[in-house]
Design a protein around this ligand. Structure first.
Ligand code: ZN
Length: 441
């Protein structure tokens, strides 16, 4: 053995020690992330949180827990939030009294209804309302969806030949349900009558408005540049709470739906916060109110300057591999509506993981989660999911932590991170989404 050889062996030994060290630290970081994701999942899906129903103290507890995670990661609370919490006010309306005299005729209670978030009001002048007539020959539903877009108070007189339609609408709107509170809310009056004008009106109404306050949890990662082109990574942390008991279990734990998405958002926040900040700013969001009607995301969409939101990746149910696609894959809803999903698929770094188009376009998953609240404004906003069509744990008491495949969740998180990281460079522009097409096909 000569000297050179000795030195070589020393260097080699040093190198292999370094190699060993980096190997160990790589795995310990990997394990640390995995155990963090695992503890997020086991906490959010625990029986203690009673299924995280909207309005429950347990949902509030979960909100504060997620806010604390964002704080520890070093995210900033956005200006419109307090300690990472953005208020979402929901109201459900219960009618206590109504009466209507139209053109001198008293209208019976089952022939009219009023929509709107008003506690009590009286209208005595036809000048205050815009009038629409649905005549004998008109298509009720066509007129209905057109009128629905109008942002001012109005009255609709529906010809009695549409009695069956009217009754259906009446029944549907009499069902108590939550809506986003809108302080400037207008009202609409729907009357079944053959009157064709309003000469005089005396309408009075008393409602009970029951308010529920829930909170979105939002953390902001400021950008390395001055651009305002913001990205959103989101999921929802609310679930169904206590539902019909099966074998003595009545807690809908929502481990897959959508604790898995929340764990991913927290983990993505951690990954993007490490090292150099991306060139574009990011909101990491855990929405509330999704299960009641994507209310949290609708609230955020009405709060932010939509011009500044460049894209949104929503994460819905990535708890275990999809039955049809198998492991190491996920699908993206609204795949063909913008360039973003294809670009994510192309950017996937590993040669094992793949992003696919949503295989269940007929289920309209694209419009059924929080991404829809932003997509409808033309923003490329998609959901990443591995939900399976025939998943029997969906919205059931057995959506439990035990079903989750942590390795799979980690792989999906890594794939979202790796495929969108290059998109956070200023040179990438995702364009707009073709929301009106509303279908993948
Ligand atoms: Zn969900």
């Amino acid at each position: 053995m000569n000297e050179n050889c000795y030195i070589y062996r020393k260097i080699f030994a040093l190198k292999s020690n370094l190699f060993l060290l980096s190997f160990i630290s790589f795995f310990s970081i990997g394990f640390a992330q995995q155990s963090k994701v695992e503890s997020t999942l086991s906490y959010l899906s625990s029986d203690e949180l009673k299924g995280r129903s909207n309005g429950s103290p347990e949902l509030m507890e979960a909100a504060n827990w997620i806010a604390n995670e964002f704080k520890e990661i070093g995210l900033k609370s956005p200006s419109f939030a307090t300690n990472f919490l953005q208020e979402v006010s929901l109201v459900s309306i219960e009618n206590k009294h109504k009466s209507l005299i139209l053109n001198g005729l008293s209208i019976s209670e089952d022939k009219f209804f009023v929509l709107g978030q008003k506690e009590n009001f009286q209208i005595t002048s036809p000048k205050d309302i815009q009038l629409f007539i649905i005549g004998e020959q008109d298509d009720v539903m066509a007129v209905f969806s057109e009128i629905n877009q109008i942002d001012r108070s109005y009255a609709v007189l529906i010809h009695p030949s549409h009695a069956r339609r009217f009754e259906k609408l009446y029944r549907y709107f009499s069902r108590p349900k939550s809506e986003l509170e809108n302080k400037e809310a207008k009202f609409s009056l729907w009357v079944m009558t053959d009157e064709k004008s309003i000469q005089s009106i005396d309408l009075s109404f008393i409602n009970n408005l029951n308010r529920t306050i829930i909170y979105n949890v939002i953390g902001e990662l400021p950008a390395a540049s001055t651009t305002k082109r913001k990205w959103i990574y989101s999921s929802h942390y609310d679930h169904l709470g206590i539902i019909r008991s099966v074998d003595g279990d009545s807690i809908a734990n929502g481990a897959n739906d959508d604790a898995s998405g929340v764990a991913a958002v927290i983990e993505l926040a951690r990954k993007f916060s490490e090292g150099d900040a991306p060139e574009k700013p990011i909101y990491f969001v855990a929405f509330a109110g999704e299960e009641l009607g994507i209310f949290g995301s609708r609230q955020l969409a009405s709060t932010v300057d939509l011009e500044t939101i460049e894209a949104m990746i929503n994460i819905e149910m990535i708890g275990f591999p999809n039955d049809d696609l198998g492991p190491q894959s996920a699908y993206i809803t609204g795949y063909n509506l913008s360039y973003l999903p294809k670009d994510m698929a192309n950017n996937t770094q590993t040669n094992t993981f793949m992003f696919f188009p949503d295989p269940y376009t007929y289920l309209d998953l694209f419009n059924r989660s929080d991404n829809a609240s932003f997509a409808k404004y033309g923003i490329p906003a998609h959901s990443v999911s591995t939900y399976s069509e025939n998943d029997e744990s969906y919205h059931a008491v057995n959506d439990e932590f035990e079903n989750l495949d942590i390795d799979h969740i980690m792989e999906v998180i890594d794939a979202i991170y790796g495929s969108t990281l290059p998109m956070l460079e200023l040179k990438y522009d995702p364009g707009v989404i073709d929301y009106k097409t509303k279908t993948d096909r």
